[in-house]
Design a protein around this ligand. Structure first.
Ligand code: DMJ
Length: 635
């Protein structure tokens, strides 16, 4: 037929309609205008419309403007969310994701049966593709996480023991069992009140019976694994349903990279590894990807704050000269290695390895790691060293990285024992009364103060004792016990401990300032009891744990939940009206484990992230061995 200027509409020929060339041109113009109009209209459709997702790529829908690392990124941020409980996300919790309406499973047994039984599960049969070369795998977040590469069934086969033990860790001795039941009751009480008065908010305010700022359910995510291991299945299922229908990861508010990682990524990863529910894995990976822009700085040291919606990053206003905090950028390793494990995307491990490389390279005063580092120059900003706040979990993640790698990560091992040596040489002190403590170090001057946060170090030094130099092992175990003892000494007279205690001017593990006397339901002292119990089975640790339970009941339990107190030295307490989410994730979990048999989350298989979310040890040799699949049936 006649040339139509390239336009051939099926069934209609322009020439057949007897049009002149100029008419054809006008017709063409009209058509192309129509097409452009239709395409443009796509931008105005809501993100959830499928048509839009098909035609527009993710970046077109939601541009990610990444901070350049210049000083323009540094915005004022008033208060550290860590102390507020969580991020200050703006905007309402969205309802996106409501289409994910798979009904939650109803019981432990159902989950365990599903995992062990021969029933074909899509999520259990997929295995890591061995033929894919590293370069074929995604090397940046652009390709995103590939959730089809991890075999949950294989992973379960790699565990030495069943995660929940023979009988969910139920202790044989009736008194211990009663104590364990008491802790479970406390969890249920804390949870029920949260659910009733603050559902979906980050934390419960138990006196005013409302929710604390933020609508991204920190208490829910932080509670998932605790509820599951305690066998509070109805509650766990409610939590899971909330994750399915309400967890909005596109929230446009500012978020702390550290807090989002330890609570959300950690909480979701644990929930996945314990239950095998794909939902948790997918959410964790979705979130992991959203955190990546935080690393776009000249050095790759992430900034502390990120807008999860836009990917814009900046540093905390309170951190000196736009610096990043050691305990924040140093507390990503465990979760990020697991994100790579699950997604087969190396980008996460690359990011944390890069941090480690920089820390290895730079000069360390007396072998110590100061708390502030510039993400622009890669140099220390000031010489303040602490095993408590601002430093704490960096050290914890070194030894735990080594343990989680099935003791193959020699770099982490070397850095941990090197750091510990420097800490012992410069920070560890003995008080006139014979108490061992960790002082803080300011450019060579010691501040004889120990924070409640630093009390986690008893447990840390304990779990690292066995892999130290042979001649040091007993010494490390003794040091761990001494520090735990000191922290127990600080728990008086309410049998709860202050935020910080001192060893100068005649003080022996006592807060001397009014502003240091508060207790906000923190876990660190109890955390060390739990580890020391597992390592030594000295009954005093269970006794000390029980003392804490009684004190929590007496001073912190109020009509509608648990609250922190303002002064641990006054028997008529004043409540701070805040049930922190770490009380549910850490304090109550560690207490429950303390009164359980060691086969509930055995340390041979699990490490706890700094928010007490258990992550499995990665046994590469086992994952590569096909025969291990057979073992799964018996677990
Ligand atoms: C928790 O969020 C984590 O344990 C963190 O590492 C330090 N502080 C709180 C609990 O005190």
């Amino acid at each position: 037929g006649e040339k139509t200027g390239g336009l051939d509409l099926p069934g209609v020929s322009a020439s057949g309609m007897g049009l002149r060339l100029s008419q054809k041109f006008v017709f063409l113009l009209f058509l192309s205008g129509l097409v452009t109009l239709c395409f443009g209209a796509l931008f105005f459709l809501p993100d959830s419309v499928r048509l839009k997702r098909i035609f527009l790529s993710k970046t077109e829908i939601q541009p990610v403007t990444v901070g350049s690392g210049s000083e323009n990124d540094v915005r004022e941020h008033l208060k550290r969310p860590k102390e507020q409980g969580m991020t200050s996300a703006k905007g309402e919790t969205g309802t996106k994701g409501k289409s994910l309406s798979r009904k939650p499973s109803v019981s432990h047994e159902a989950t365990e049966e599903r995992l062990a039984g021969g029933k074909a599960q899509e999520d259990l049969t997929l295995s890591r593709s061995k033929t894919e070369s590293a370069s074929e795998r995604a090397t940046s977040s652009d390709r995103g996480a590939n959730s089809d590469t991890f075999s949950y069934q294989k992973f379960r086969g790699c565990l030495l023991k069943a995660p929940l033990g023979r009988d969910n860790g139920k202790p044989g001795d009736p008194q211990t069992n009663e104590r364990r039941e008491k802790v479970k009751e406390m969890m249920k009480f804390a949870w029920d009140n949260y659910k009733r008065y603050a559902w979906g908010k980050n934390e419960l305010r138990p006196l005013t019976r409302n929710g604390h700022i933020g609508n991204i359910g920190a208490s829910i995510i932080d509670s998932l694994d605790t509820l599951y291991i305690m066998g509070l299945m109805e509650e766990y299922n409610d939590a899971k349903e909330w994750v399915q229908t309400n967890l909005d990861l596109n929230s446009n508010g500012e978020a702390s990279l550290f807090e989002v990682n330890i609570r959300y990524v950690g909480g979701l990863l644990s929930a996945y590894y314990l239950t095998g529910e794909e939902l948790f894995k997918n959410k964790a990976m979705e979130l992991g990807e959203k955190l990546l822009p935080a690393f776009n700085t000249p050095t790759g040291i992430p900034r502390g704050v990120i807008n999860l919606g836009s990917g814009t990053i900046w540093s905390w206003g309170w951190a000196s000269a736009g610096s990043s905090i050691l305990a924040e950028f140093g507390t990503l390793h465990l979760e990020f290695v697991h994100l790579t494990e699950l997604s087969n995307n190396p980008v996460y491990t690359e990011k944390v390895m890069n941090i480690r490389k920089l820390l290895n390279k730079i000069e360390k005063p007396h072998g110590l790691y100061p708390n502030f580092l510039s993400p622009v120059s890669g140099n220390w900003v000031q010489h303040h060293v602490s095993i408590g706040g601002l430093g704490d979990s960096f050290y914890e993640y070194l030894i735990k990285s080594y343990l989680m790698s099935d003791k193959t990560d020699d770099d982490a091992k070397r850095m941990y024992y090197g750091a510990l040596e420097a800490i012992e040489a410069n920070l560890v002190q003995k008080s006139p009364g014979g108490l061992t403590y960790m002082a803080e170090w300011r450019g060579g001057i010691l501040d004889h103060k120990m924070g409640h946060l630093a009390c986690f170090s008893g447990g840390m030094i304990g779990i690292g004792a066995d892999d130290g130099a042979p001649e040091k092992r007993q010494h490390y175990l003794d040091l761990a016990a001494e520090i735990t003892h000191t922290c127990h000494e600080s728990y008086t007279p309410t049998k709860l401990g202050p935020e910080a205690f001192r060893f100068d001017g005649g003080a022996e593990a006592t807060a001397t300032r009014l502003s240091d006397r508060y207790y906000i339901l923190r876990p660190e002292v109890i955390e060390s009891y739990m580890y020391m119990w597992r390592l030594t089975h000295d009954p005093k640790y269970r006794e000390w744990g029980w003392e804490a339970v009684e004190a929590l009941e007496q001073h912190c339990r109020v009509e509608s939940g648990f609250s922190g107190i303002r002064d641990v030295y006054t028997m008529t307490v004043s409540h701070d009206n805040m049930q922190q989410s770490f009380f549910l994730s850490e304090t109550l979990k560690y207490l429950y484990l303390l009164f359980s048999d060691d086969d509930l989350l055995p340390l041979e298989d699990w490490v706890f992230n700094t928010e007490a979310h258990p992550l499995p040890i990665i046994r590469k040799s086992c994952l590569q061995d096909e025969t291990t699949q057979d073992k799964t049936v018996s677990k």
